[in-house]
Design a protein around this ligand. Structure first.
Ligand code: 87F
Length: 515
């Protein structure tokens, strides 16, 4: 994001697109509105939106953020979905301690080595040094697997399928960004063990499909499912699959969630063995998988606009905000009662609706406030609406307005929310697809990278070649890397060459700069 933060060309006055001179004044007085524009100053715009929409409050430790109720409610909605789905798969929740003993952390030193600088340690209690410093989990393989070894004895103990919802700490040094790269974050981590590789392979994909659904069905964000390269996979595992999203505004790919097959690497290290039906010793096959609060950051980046946050209805804790618009001599009580009745009718139908009866703000201020917070649908009720037995509905995503007779309120609001959800996905997909560039040669690749594209290129799938691509694209904005090889592969004609090495290409792979 750094390149977007530089420059500092903030066109403040245009921030509220609707604003005439008068509006600007109001904005100044109340502090309402976003001053940075998404297209001009993406990094600043993002920071402003997450704070002004009341998702985040900055904290006095760099890289740590307060998740306010507005953010937590989004997390909880996704959590409710995912938790129910994994329970259908007979995965059980558990909770392991936050602290890791140094001995066990070192056990998998091969892959921990690269991560070591990010591990945070507790060295003191009060004034006295701890006899042995204790690490804070950056992920829980080393915390959990010694107990898998203890709990798994025979084939009847398999599969062992556990998940935990927890926080982890990774002391990142590069450019912290709320939700996207924070030093502490919330996630779920699933850790499963099977008797056979076939079972593990199947689960990797089942979980990846749940991650796709979180992004596409809940957050209305298109993702690519695929496999990571050898260089980009989790070094401790056998292979890594992921869902990859894309941020059109800065041309960066972003890993949305990962589902790893660990093979038997950890089983070897932690001696997770079992006796099979024939009485023979075997080693378990393991998976691990996670998605985190990063999901929320991707949602803000993809859907937000110059008025602030835009929430897909499926993850909005308030889907409909009802605002009374009383005039001086109007029947104020009648209007307020109509608002309450509207909220009641919608709530009864399972729609998350709320009325804003605050008497210290004008209707106009409330409109901006709930737009900033991204509520998908606003219902206004004024004297004319009361007289006509209707309400006025205004969509957050495209500002379109329609009058709805109160007789068909529930039906039409439901329909509108569905339309908003679908339209957010369609628009996001259109924008993403417009950024996809297929290239065949190095020159085309470099040009597309300069245009911040999501690049699809034929590749020889050699680690050395990916290292070379990284080296050759190194610069201020960060190097390009492979994002994933999509499961859904376009046809690769016989004789196609690798864009980077000129060797025979083995597969199509997405490339780009990424978070
Ligand atoms: C940072 C410090 C120490 C990532 C780290 O993706 C260790 C690690 O192992 C580390 N950052 N990783 C990889 C995490 C792999 C895996 N863990 C379970 C997942 C899914 C959930």
């Amino acid at each position: 994001m750094t390149e977007d933060m530089a420059g500092g060309d903030t066109k403040k006055s245009k921030a509220n697109a609707s604003g005439g001179g008068k509006k600007k004044e109001v904005k100044k007085e109340t502090g309402l509105g976003i001053t940075n524009r998404k297209d001009d100053n993406f990094g600043e715009w993002y920071s402003e939106v997450v704070v002004n929409a009341e998702l985040i409050e900055y904290y006095d430790i760099s890289g740590c953020y307060i998740l306010r109720p507005w953010a937590m409610s989004i997390w909880e909605i996704m959590q409710t979905f995912f938790d129910a789905e994994i329970k259908k798969m007979n995965i059980q929740n558990c909770y392991f301690p936050l602290f890791v003993s140094p001995g066990v952390l070192q056990k998998e030193k091969d892959h921990v080595e690269g991560f070591a600088p990010e591990v945070a340690w507790v060295t003191k209690s009060g004034e006295s040094d701890l006899e042995v410093p204790i690490a804070i989990r950056p992920t829980s393989e080393t915390v959990m697997y010694p107990y898998y070894s203890k709990w798994i004895r025979g084939h009847r103990d398999l599969p062992l399928k556990l998940n935990q919802w927890c926080n982890v700490v990774r002391w990142e040094f590069s450019n912290p960004t709320p939700f996207i790269r924070s030093r502490e974050f919330l996630w779920q981590e699933g850790h499963t063990a099977f008797a056979t590789k076939a079972e593990a392979d199947a689960e990797v994909l089942d979980v990846l499909e749940l991650y796709r659904r979180i992004y596409e069905e809940f957050l209305a964000i298109p993702v690519v499912k695929g496999k990571k390269s050898e260089l980009e996979k989790f070094a401790g595992g056998l292979y890594t699959t992921s869902v990859e999203a894309f941020i059109p505004n800065n041309g960066r790919g972003i890993q949305g969630a990962t589902s790893h097959c660990l093979g038997q690497n950890f089983a070897k290290m932690f001696e997770i063995n079992f006796e099979d039906e024939k009485g023979e010793k075997g080693m378990v096959w393991q998976n691990s998988w996670a998605y985190s609060t990063r999901t929320i950051g991707v949602m803000v980046m993809v859907h937000g606009d110059d008025k602030g946050l835009v929430l897909p209805p499926k993850v909005a804790s308030v889907q409909v905000i009802v605002i009374p618009v009383p005039y001086k001599d109007a029947d104020t009580k009648g209007i307020f009662d109509a608002c309450s009745a509207t909220v009641d009718a919608l709530s009864e139908a399972g729609i998350r609706a709320k009325a804003d009866f605050r008497d210290n703000y004008s209707p106009g201020w409330k409109y901006s406030n709930w737009e900033m917070k991204g509520v998908p649908l606003r219902i206004e009720i004024g004297p004319k609406d009361l007289a006509n037995n209707q309400v006025r509905a205004v969509r957050r995503d495209n500002s379109s307005k329609i009058d709805i007779p109160r007789a068909s309120l529930v039906e039409q609001v439901k329909e509108m929310l569905d339309k908003i959800q679908q339209s957010l996905f369609d628009v996001a997909k259109q924008k993403r697809d417009a950024c996809v560039q297929t290239v065949k040669t190095w020159d085309e690749f470099v040009e597309a990278l300069g245009q911040r594209k999501l690049i699809l290129a034929p590749w020889c799938d050699e680690e050395e070649v990916e290292k070379d691509v990284k080296a050759r694209t190194k610069g201020e904005m960060g190097a390009a890397k492979s994002l994933c090889s999509p499961f859904d592969q376009p046809e690769l004609p016989e004789g196609t060459k690798c864009f980077a090495s000129g060797k025979p290409a083995k597969k199509w792979t997405y490339w780009g700069r990424s978070y």
